[in-house]
Write a protein that binds this ligand. Structure first.
Ligand code: TYD
Length: 136
């Protein structure tokens, strides 16, 4: 499960005018992007996320500053630090994520496969662990 989540280098073009990075849905990320949202002005002591999604696929990109992302699939846990606008993190469905340590005016962009749907959220960790067990 957690092995299906991966960081990847975002296509970037740099010249004397600066850098431009872009993500398109592709064989690697075969979902159409329907939504972009971003977190910013997050105090470094706050934790965001603290939920999983039943079906939603997402790509996380830290556009400024840095953020620690803790991923948990009900069994294994991993921490990934996003600190560059040319580093993406693909998060598959049924992964619990906690977002910590928003530092240096962090701006975390999230590209999502679906429109906002509260019924797709699992916000109770115990419910998540129970549901994740059934996937094995
Ligand atoms: P919340 O899920 O608590 O943010 P996070 O889990 O990323 O820390 O969302 C905060 C509020 O924003 C909540 O009332 C739901 C709302 N919201 C939308 O209306 N549309 C969206 O696309 C998202 C991501 C959240």
């Amino acid at each position: 499960m957690i092995g299906n989540c991966k960081t990847f280098k975002i296509n970037s073009i740099t010249d004397t005018r600066g850098s431009l990075s872009f993500i398109e849905s592709s064989d690697d990320f075969p979902f159409e992007f329907k939504r972009l949202y971003y977190l910013y002005n997050v105090p470094s002591c706050e934790v965001r996320g603290a939920h999983a999604h039943k079906k939603l696929e997402q790509i996380l990109v830290c556009l400024n500053g840095s953020v620690d992302v803790i991923l948990f699939d009900g069994k294994d846990k991993t921490k990934i630090t996003l600190s560059s606008p040319d580093l993406g993190l693909y998060v598959c469905p049924m992964i619990w994520r906690d977002l910590h340590n928003f530092k240096n005016d962090a701006v975390l962009a999230v590209i999502a496969s679906e429109h906002y749907d509260e019924t797709d959220y699992i916000r109770d960790i115990n419910e998540f662990i129970k549901l994740a067990k059934h996937i094995d």
